[in-house]
Design a protein around this ligand. Structure first.
Ligand code: FMN
Length: 219
């Protein structure tokens, strides 16, 4: 079993989009799925399921949908880069190139884990507010993060993707997902083409955490 310091795993878990087609051993996959199951959910209702897609036909159908959606996203995203400072453009183009690779090879990824959720079993405490609700997601995405961290520990590349959620009806019919279940994320998993995980760039804690009230930097 892989051993890695928890803080190191957290701080080097990044989006790995270039994945090799080599299979992931069943026992490794089982550990990664097991990690997901320990995540908290509202009222411990566990309103989530994971579909482990490994059959080529289904992966290819998902890949076709993903490639179409990525193409539209990337066009929109590249337009937004007009007039943006060069160093930001360079970083964004690197991300988009990796995204192009993922879109072109989505169907060759050895494993696609589709996270499903049941909205009727979720404690959605912000459902009635006059803004987009986010609390329901908190009964799914901690499990996604556990799975990503376990992949990190196992030396597997992975990336949280949500573009396929735009095509929930097609994904549900392809994977025989019943009512009222929806889709929250699709995680491509495989051994990385290059070095895989590594340092990530994030805002410093002084910008993200406040002391006692909004606006007073924690550090
Ligand atoms: C809610 C959410 C949705 C995302 N959807 C996609 C996606 O559909 N496709 C993709 O390639 N990356 C997707 N990502 C990955 C992000 O682009 C990535 O986590 C972010 O750019 C940070 O990358 P880094 O960890 O390599 O620094 C998503 C991430 C999150 C949290």
């Amino acid at each position: 079993m892989a051993m890695i310091d928890l803080y190191e795993a957290i701080s080097t878990l990044r989006a790995v989009r270039r994945l090799r087609p080599d299979p992931v051993p069943d026992e490794v996959l089982r550990r990664v799925l097991d990690a997901a199951r320990f995540a908290p959910t509202g009222g411990n209702r566990q309103p989530l399921r994971m579909i482990v897609v490994r059959k080529n036909a289904a992966k290819q159908r998902l890949a076709d949908l993903y490639a179409k959606t990525w193409a539209a996203y990337v066009k929109f995203h590249r337009n937004l880069l007009e007039g943006v400072p060069e160093e930001i453009v360079v970083k964004q183009e690197k991300m988009l190139a990796a995204g192009d690779y993922l879109a072109a090879h989505f169907g060759e990824t050895p494993v696609l884990v589709v996270f499903c959720f049941n909205p009727l079993e979720m404690a959605i405490t912000d459902a009635k507010l006059d803004r987009p609700s986010v609390v329901g997601g908190a009964s799914v995405y901690p499990a996604v993060e556990n799975l990503l961290l376990a992949c990190r520990a196992e030396g597997l590349g992975c990336v949280l993707t949500t573009l396929l959620c735009e095509h929930e009806d097609e994904v549900r019919s392809l994977l025989k997902i019943p009512d009222p279940w929806g889709t929250a994320a699709v995680i491509p998993i495989g051994y990385p083409v290059h070095r895989g995980h590594g340092p990530v760039s994030r805002r410093p804690i002084g910008k993200l955490a406040f002391a006692d009230e909004w606006g007073t930097a924690f550090e």
